[in-house]
Design a protein around this ligand. Structure first.
Ligand code: HEC
Length: 207
């Protein structure tokens, strides 16, 4: 009787261990996107990921038509952020979202400037050797934006490397990503908790 109870508990401990390790493996390999038949489903929930910065290319400084109008709010998935803080590298499965927001008004009580208006588009880039073994740097680029800037596509095909990747390959500071314009990624690079806005008191990014 005792024996069978202890066997049972050994078995259940082993099962619990197995479940835990499966959960742990899943946690390590978490992907924040779904690709089905080569199409990326429009990711949702990204405004609750880690925000890295907002470049702005206003139409009125670009002959009325910026290539990516106008503010670009950029987010990275939380697990890739954790990896970036530890290693200073973008992990397999990194996804960055760039949400386009119009210039709403140019004057506020704080002064003249560019203030965010409406959401007008959505782009994404994903690094994955598994999905894109032949893309330069294993990065693929997507757009869910539509010409009227009022709706978003439900899914998107990756662009041919030449349409997007060329600029990124030549001019981006870190592994095809424009970290030079994302202060949060610069501060967090291999800086662990020092890069989160908490520990250090000096504002410089030098470690
Ligand atoms: C003319 C050069 C150029 C081309 C072509 C280009 N990009 Fe970019 N991209 C940039 C620059 C510069 C940034 C960072 C600053 C900004 O957002 O303006 C950026 C940032 C991004 C980001 C945010 C993450 C990152 O890598 O920094 C995404 C996502 C993105 N681009 C998607 C695309 C897609 C999709 C295409 C093709 C349709 C594309 N890009 C083509 C220059 C380019």
């Amino acid at each position: 009787m005792f024996k069978s109870i202890s066997t049972l508990s050994t078995v259940s401990t082993a099962v619990a261990g197995l479940i835990l390790s499966v959960v742990a493996v899943n946690a390590v390999a978490d992907e924040y996107f779904t690709i089905t038949d080569g199409q990326l489903e429009r990711p949702t929930g990204f405004r609750e990921w880690v925000y890295v910065g907002t470049p702005v290319t206003p139409n009125d400084m670009n002959d009325g038509k910026a290539a990516f109008p106008e503010h670009h709010n950029v987010y990275i998935d939380p697990e890739s952020w954790a990896h970036w803080k530890k290693t200073g590298e973008f992990r397999e499965g990194t996804i960055l979202m760039k949400e386009l927001v119009s210039v709403g008004t140019k004057a506020a009580v704080s002064g003249n400037g560019y203030f965010q208006g409406d959401f007008i588009g959505l782009e994404a880039t994903i690094k994955s050797k598994k999905h894109f073994p032949d893309e330069p740097g294993n990065w693929a680029y997507y757009s869910f934006s539509t010409p009227d800037h009022k709706t978003l596509a439900a899914e998107a095909k990756p662009f041919p490397a030449a349409s997007c990747n060329g600029c990124h390959a030549g001019a981006a500071a870190d592994d095809w990503v424009f970290t030079q314009y994302y202060p949060v990624l610069r501060a967090g690079k291999a800086a662990d908790e020092d890069g989160t806005g908490g520990k250090r008191t000096d504002l410089s990014e030098e470690k």
